[in-house]
Every structure is written in C-alpha cells, then in structure tokens.
Design a protein around this ligand. Sequence first.
Ligand code: ADP
Length: 459
Amino acid sequence: MLTFLPIRWRLAAWYFCTLAAILTFVAAGSWLAMRRSLENALDLGLTYQLTGLRDYIAKSGATQPEDLPPRLAPISGLSDLFRVYDAAGRLICESTALTSRHVTLPAPRDADSTVRYRSTVSGFPLRLAYQRYRLGQRTITLEVGDPVRKFETALQELTADLWLSLPILLALGSVGGFWLSARALQPVDQLTTDARAITASDLSRRLAVPPARDELRRLSETLNLMLDRIENSFQQVRRFTADASHELRAPVTLIHTAAEFSLRRERTAEELADSMRKILREAQRTARLIDDLLLLARADSDPTAFSLQPMDLAPVLDEVAEQAGALAAPRAISVTSSRAPGPLDVNGDEASLRRLLLILVDNAVKYTPAGGHLTLDARTEGDEILVAVADSGAGIAEEDLPRVFERFWRADKVRSRELGGAGLGLSIAKEIADRHGARLEVASQLGRGSTFTLILPRL
Ligand code: ADP
C-alpha cells in the first residue's frame, strides 16, 4: 500500500492514520464517559427529589390518594416537575409546571420500592425517576423529572470542543510525524552518502557502524561485510591478472630468445632443431597455461560449467591408477592402488573428476624423488567416498599448507617451473571439488611426504 510514495511520506501517512485512530478512540471514549457521568449526576439529583416529594406528602397530612390535590404549585426546594399516580396508573396529582408544558407521559408500569429511571424523548425531553409509595392503606407511584436540556447542552459543548480540537491535534501530530520520520531516516541518507563515496579505486573504506544495536547497525554491518567480499574479489582478480601475465611472459620471452638466436646468423641444422624443440616446449607450456586459465575463468564466471550426473567413480580410479603407473615408472617411483570393491556412485562430471585425480597424481610424482612411493586408495565411509593420493616425497611445510590451493602459489617457484607447473593445478583441483560439493584436504610433513584426500558425497 502507498508504495509509490517516498518512504518519508509513507511513514508520515501511517503515523497520521494511527494518530487519527487513537484520537477518535479517545474522543469517543471521553464523550461516552462524559455522558455517563452527567446521567449519573442527573439520576442522583432525581433520587433526592423523589425523597423530598415523599417527605412532602408524608408531612402534608394526606392519608389516602384522594386527599392529594390534582394540581400542586411548585414546592420550595423541590423539582417543579412531578406526578403522582394511583395503583391503577391513573394520574391523581401533577405539578402545575408539568401541566402547563402539556407533556404526554404514560404512567410507569413497573414501579416498586426501588428507584427506577426512564427518559422521554419527544416534545419536552425529560429524565424521570419513579418509585412506589404507601399512602395509608393504598399504594401510589411518585415520579419526579428533570429536563435533559442542560445535560444535552453540556454534551453538545463537549462535542463542539472535540470537533474543533481533533483536527488541530491531528494537524500538529502529522507535522510532528513528518518531522520525526525525516529525522529517523536521516542516518539512512548519511549511509547512502558514505556508501556512494566508496568507489572501485577506494574499496578499503568502510561505513561507520552506529553504536546502538538496531536496524541501521545491522545494515551498516551487512554492507561492510559485502564490501569486504567485494574488496577481496577485486584483490583476487588483480592478483590473478598480474600473476597470469607474469606466467605468460616467461614462455613468450623464451620463445622470443630462441627464435632470435636462430635468426641472428647462419645456424647448423642441429642448432635450428634444438631451437625449434625449445620453442615447441614453451609453446606447449603456454597452451597448457592458457587452458588452465580458461578453465578457472570459466568456472568463476559460470557456476554451471560442470554438468553433474550420476556416475561410477571406480573405472575412473582404475584408469588414473594406470596412468599413475605410467607417469611414475620413468622416475623409479613405485605405485600401489587399492579401492573398495563394487561401484562408487557419485554425482559428478567424469572428465573433471579424472582431471582432479590426475593433478594429484601428477603432483605426487613431480614432488617425489626417485625411488619413492605413491599410493592411491579409495574407500567408503558412511555417506562419503574418500580417495587418498599419498606420496613419500618432499612434503609441504606446515605454515605453507593453508596456501597450497591458492592460484599460482608454489613452494619453490624455480623447481616447480622446471617441472612444468605454474601453481594452478591444485587451485583447479579445489575448484572441481567445490563444484561437486566435495572437500579436498591435505596432510603433509616436510621431507616425509603428503596425502591429498578428496571426500565426495556418495550418491
Ligand atoms: P604446480 O603446477 O606448481 O604443481 P599446484 O597448484 O599443483 O602447482 O601445486 C602448488 C604447489 O604445492 C607446488 O608448487 C608444490 O610446491 C606444492 N605441492 C603440490 N603437491 C605436492 C606434493 N604432492 N608434495 C609436495 N608439494 C606439493
């Protein structure tokens, strides 16, 4: 409702409606209370009048209804509006003031010893009190009245006062409401100004967090957390771009140098072939690096880059174990592999999982000296499938363990590059694991070997 209005106006409108409802409620309540208390006062006065009339009749010496005169002039100290009826409801005595007003009034039928009240509305509106009274051997009904005009006048005055004061109060309240909502929203405006001042080139700035634990504080904190994440991503992208350019420059420089060397003067066929081999090796390395970079870029920009479907991991493991043997043999590294019998069903992308396992195996071979050992083991544990690739190689220092999955991170840049790595293998492996809802964990001891474990949810 009212969504097309600015929030300040909406708040003021809500405030106006609430105030109007409260004021109407209070006004109606006071009007009713006033009417009730006026009526009570009137009835109390009438009860006294009734007692006065009874005393007057008692003192008048009348012993039966017929002794009473049909007309009675106003009695001092008493209301000049009264009537006396006999037991049959016939009028036997009336104040002259009432006669002159020609009030048509039926006799009360339910009179008894208690004081009862009634009202007439037509002609000359009256509030009346009546009661049964014993006169000698007979019963009569006494009734006294009071015009409701003065009571009505007081009520009308109150109504007029209310009609006058309500709009004024409402107007004042609305202005106050508008001012209040403007004041309440001012910190939001401030927040907007502060947030606008934070640009891509100045992402380290943060919004001020108000001390009170309220919505604004939560908003500032949430925005600050969002800025943390944005700043982090920005830094990652910057670092990634810088690292990628750096990594791509090295092979290009080598290709350039090799080509220049060949062209500088006449070369023998052997020298030319050697240069070509160098160029080919560096071109292959560049192509591999570009492939890796593309894969990571695609994974970053498209969360659906991997198409997961139910598959059996067992044949993939057998294939990887075979390739591990082929990779390890030239370096005299022995390979043992074992896996739980039967299918290992997972929801996965076969090519990506194969690539992940090959990265782990390739690393194990690369960073294990000749004569070392590599184990590939797959087992199930509850709802999970654990694939561990363990080696008896160089190992990773404890302080470096949290960094192994970072893009371009290498414990020993020179050595790793010699082995053909750019520090992207494990980040790709981690990316693939993440997309499978899997965990990739590492345990390692420097100089003793490392174990990388892939923990996949079982289908
Ligand atoms: P790279 O292409 O350099 O191998 P990775 O991302 O695969 O890149 O690995 C990052 C770094 O982690 C490697 O440079 C190496 O220092 C370390 N590392 C990875 N696997 C092993 C392992 N099995 N044993 C010892 N160090 C490893």
